[in-house]
Design a protein around this ligand. Structure first.
Ligand SMILES: [Fe+2]
Ligand SMILES: [Fe+2]
Length: 181
């Protein structure tokens, strides 16, 4: 069976796959914590049902990677205590700025995740069709979350450009770290 596409100097195929599963588990864990932080603040607001629906999908995504980590003997990220705190704090902090800021947070995170899953699917190529299909399904869910965030007024968040830039940078850093550590 062929492995994920490699470039010269890339780690071996098994390690590439392990890194993918590691970072995806970390990302879905972080996503779940972001929504938990948002719900801690906005649990009774009109936005709550939308957030809860997204959170349920993140649970499903996370469960899939939890299974893969066991099946493929992947070392999980050592940074989950950090994502536990940082994810929740990000969700709660943006929610404290209001529903629109919470939605701007979701929009920014999901855009980065879309980009991230796209890249992984491309890297897998013909290898691991079942995993690639899951990634594609999850990517579509994340796009729906982004669309729900836009419909929920992300554009109207005060300081939106700043929120978006900071969260995208933070999310990309988290991806970089969780791939490796
Ligand atoms: Fe997700
Ligand atoms: Fe999501």
């Amino acid at each position: 069976m062929s492995g994920p596409r490699r470039l010269p100097g890339d780690p071996p195929a098994d390690e590439i796959l392990a890194r993918m599963i590691r970072v995806d588990q970390a990302g879905e864990y972080g996503a779940r914590r972001i929504y938990a932080g948002q719900l801690a603040v906005l649990g009774r607001s009109p936005a709550a049902p939308v957030i809860r629906r997204m959170a349920e999908q993140e649970e499903r995504h996370l469960a899939a990677f939890d299974r893969l980590v066991v099946e493929r003997h992947v070392r999980p990220t050592a940074l989950s205590p950090l994502w536990h705190v940082a994810g929740w704090a990000l969700g709660a902090a943006t929610a404290l700025l209001g529903e629109h800021a919470a939605m701007a947070c979701t929009e920014a995170v999901e855009e980065v995740i879309d980009e991230h899953y796209r890249r992984q699917i491309e890297q897998l190529g013909d290898a691991e069709p079942a995993l690639a299909a899951s990634l594609e399904e999850f990517r579509r869910n994340e796009n729906e979350h982004r669309d729900a965030a836009i419909a929920g007024g992300a554009d109207e968040a005060p300081g939106r450009a700043l929120i978006t830039a900071a969260i995208k940078t933070g999310s990309r850093l988290a991806i970089w770290l969780s791939t490796r550590i």
